[in-house]
Design a protein. Structure first.
Length: 249
């Protein structure tokens, strides 16, 4: 076949291949480059709940259970669980010049986790950019525990008994009279009591003076006293007689 006849045929083949590649690329791009229908796209950078049009406040990520979401590395983040006291009002995922706002229970996003493959909008090149930052908005309920303390008061009544002790003063005097002539000694006791007086007499046996069993023997005899007494009586009688004789003369 002449060369002039082969060139048009080759040109047709190359053109067909080029067209096929372009169509395939377009189909592939249209198949992969689409926005997430679960999200609402916001322009610019969003850093607060108010900026993203969400209720509530920023929720600490430390209380969430999630996968991915590493800044400037990952393209997706999946939230698998939130605490029971947290009500999520929205999730914001930002990458490139725009951000996606996800609201639980809206646009096909489930009301409760897991919320999978959350991402930012496509960049100008039609690709999913890496996440620059993401955050969660919501309301955190604080549970207050009230402890009731019951105080029991015990009333103690103290009764004081006053006892009056009356002391009766007794003065006792004891007078002992001993009779020499008898064997019995009489003891008289006089007691003086406040409010009255009384006298009591008691007799106690006395041993005879000559009882050698009770008195010690001293060797003293009383016979000479009797003689001396008689002599004095005689002398007194003589003295009286002489005195009368003088008066009569």
């Amino acid at each position: 076949m002449p060369l002039t006849q082969r060139l048009p045929h080759r040109a047709v083949v190359v053109a067909a291949l080029t067209a096929g590649l372009l169509v395939g690329s377009a189909v592939s791009a249209s198949a992969t480059a689409h926005e997430d229908p679960r999200a609402e796209i916001g322009e610019g950078n969003a850093t607060t709940c108010e900026h993203a049009g969400l209720d509530g406040d920023l929720i600490d990520k430390g209380v969430l259970t999630y996968e991915g979401g590493k800044h400037n590395v990952d393209q997706y983040v999946t939230i698998t669980d939130v605490p029971g006291n947290v009500t999520v009002t929205g999730i914001v995922v930002k990458g490139g010049d725009r951000h996606n706002v996800y609201e639980p229970g809206k646009r096909g996003l489930p009301t409760t986790p897991p919320w999978t493959d959350l991402r930012s909008p496509l960049n100008k090149g039609g690709n999913i950019p890496a996440i620059s930052h993401w955050y969660v908005c919501g309301v955190e309920t604080t549970t207050t525990t009230t402890t009731s303390t019951t105080t029991t008061e015990t009333s103690t009544t103290e009764t004081t008994t006053s006892e009056t002790s009356t002391t009766t003063s007794e003065s006792s005097s004891t007078e002992t009279t001993t009779s020499e002539s008898g064997d019995t000694a009489t003891t008289t006791t006089t007691s003086s009591v406040a409010g009255g007086a009384g006298t009591s007499t008691s007799a106690a046996p006395v041993s005879p003076a000559g009882d050698s069993g009770d008195l010690a023997s001293t060797g003293f005899g009383g016979a000479w006293l009797i003689g001396l007494g008689a002599l004095l009586l005689v002398g007194g009688g003589v003295l009286v007689f002489l005195t009368r004789m003088r008066r009569s003369s």
